[in-house]
Design a protein around this ligand. Structure first.
Ligand code: HEM
Ligand SMILES: *[C@@H]1O[C@H](CO)[C@@H](O)[C@H](O)[C@H]1NC(C)=O
Ligand SMILES: *[C@@H]1O[C@H](CO)[C@@H](O)[C@H](O)[C@H]1NC(C)=O
Ligand SMILES: CC(=O)N[C@H]1CO[C@H](CO)[C@@H](O)[C@@H]1O
Length: 324
């Protein structure tokens, strides 16, 4: 009898400890501490988009890069005088300043109403959802309660972000490492329906594909000519082109229709249609925008859970670009 009681007490204790130690994200995390956080961020993002469209792709990509390196913890936001922070990695050339600026402005707006309460990681998460919703995409729910990280190193980026030359197996592997499925990976790649790419990221497909073929034969020939015109061999490295040649300014399922006609910009885009294993999902998203939108919302929620710090881990940064 005594033994039974003892066991029960120990079990209850373990259950209680589990629920304390494992703080979780939730949709209404700031219900009592900053109830208007989502409308404050939405307003700041709307204002920023009116200044420049680049806000949309820049913020969305910033969220992806933040989550895949060190988890969704705003580590990518840290600026460093020595050039050794996460944002200083070679991939930074492509992280447009407007994404950082969006988060900084939204944080200022939030701080003026709820000082010291909302993490930069959560503000980036809300802003990434908002830019999708404000460009014609789905308006999905986000989970909140992330804490900001205390680590940001350039060398920690290496190998964690997918390169545009990856094949399907490697893409699946790198997303799987982040608890994301192949369907998540394909839906998230649909983010390439907005935004820009520098010529250097795909010029190998135009001029130096392999020993026998100069131009990647899986490129639509008319599209290949168009790309060569926009990106001649010795192009200015600053030049960037629309990734979705059909509807570059709206978040829609045109990306998947482009893949069906050989107009995927990167190898990592086109391979989603060219591989038998993933083609069915691409065709599904191409023929039904609603199914793409719901898969994208679900995948963004899973992306937003990657490596998060919660409870008493990390900190609530005052300034998103510096540790407290
Ligand atoms: C599947 C693997 C992925 C690869 C290999 C990849 C690669 C790239 C590359 C090379 C660029 C061009 C950067 C430049 O030259 O400026 C780019 C742009 C972009 N990517 Fe991805 N990406 C991937 C997945 C994602 C995901 C999951 C998202 C977000 C959910 C995303 C959002 C974007 C956006 C919005 C841009 C445009 C950025 C801008 O215009 O400033 N990408 N991506
Ligand atoms: C070059 O690519 C083409 C098309 O994928 C392929 O048929 C050919 O075998 C490749 N050649 C070499 C040398 O890899
Ligand atoms: C993936 O999920 C497992 C189990 O929930 C978790 O322990 C792990 O930390 C997650 N990995 C990432 C990168 O979030
Ligand atoms: C704008 C910016 O931060 N550029 C840096 C990107 O990273 C390279 C090194 O990889 C630096 O030399 C640039 O200054």
């Amino acid at each position: 009898m005594e033994l039974w009681k003892g066991c029960l007490v120990v079990m209850l204790l373990l259950v209680a400890m589990g629920s304390i130690g494992e703080a979780q994200l939730s949709q209404n995390f700031y219900r009592s501490t900053c109830p208007n956080v989502e409308s404050i961020v939405r307003q700041a993002v709307t204002r920023k988009i009116r200044q420049t469209f680049v806000t949309i792709p820049a913020t969305l990509r910033l969220f992806f890069h933040d989550c895949f390196v060190e988890g969704c913890d705003a580590s990518v936001m840290i600026s460093s005088p020595r050039g050794d922070a996460e944002k200083d990695a070679p991939d930074n050339l492509s992280l447009a300043g407007d994404g950082f600026d969006t988060v900084i402005k939204a944080k200022q707006a939030v701080e003026s109403q709820c000082p010291g309460v909302v993490s930069c990681a959560d503000i980036l998460t809300i802003a990434a959802r908002d830019v999708v919703a404000l460009s014609g995409g789905p308006d999905f729910k986000v989970e909140l309660g992330r804490r900001d990280g205390r680590i940001s190193f350039r060398w920690r980026v290496t190998g964690n972000l997918p390169s545009p030359t990856l094949n399907l197996n490697l893409l699946n592997w790198i997303f799987r490492k982040n608890n994301l499925t192949q369907t998540d990976m394909i839906a998230l790649s649909g983010a390439h329906t907005v935004g820009f790419s520098h010529c250097s990221r795909f010029s190998n497909r135009l001029y130096s594909f392999n020993a026998t073929t100069r131009t990647d034969p899986s490129l639509n020939p008319a599209y290949a000519r168009q790309l060569m015109q926009a990106c001649p061999r010795n192009v200015n490295p600053q030049i960037a082109i629309n990734m979705d040649p059909a509807t570059p300014n709206s978040f829609d399922n045109a990306y998947f229709k482009n893949l069906q006609s050989g107009k995927g910009l990167f190898t990592s885009d086109q391979v989603l249609f060219n591989s038998f294993q993933s083609r069915g999902i691409v065709n599904g998203f191409a023929s039904n925008q609603g199914s793409f939108f719901s898969a994208f919302g679900a995948a963004m929620q899973s992306l937003g859970r990657v490596g998060v710090k919660t409870g008493r881990q990390g900190e609530i940064r005052r300034d998103c670009t510096a540790f407290n």
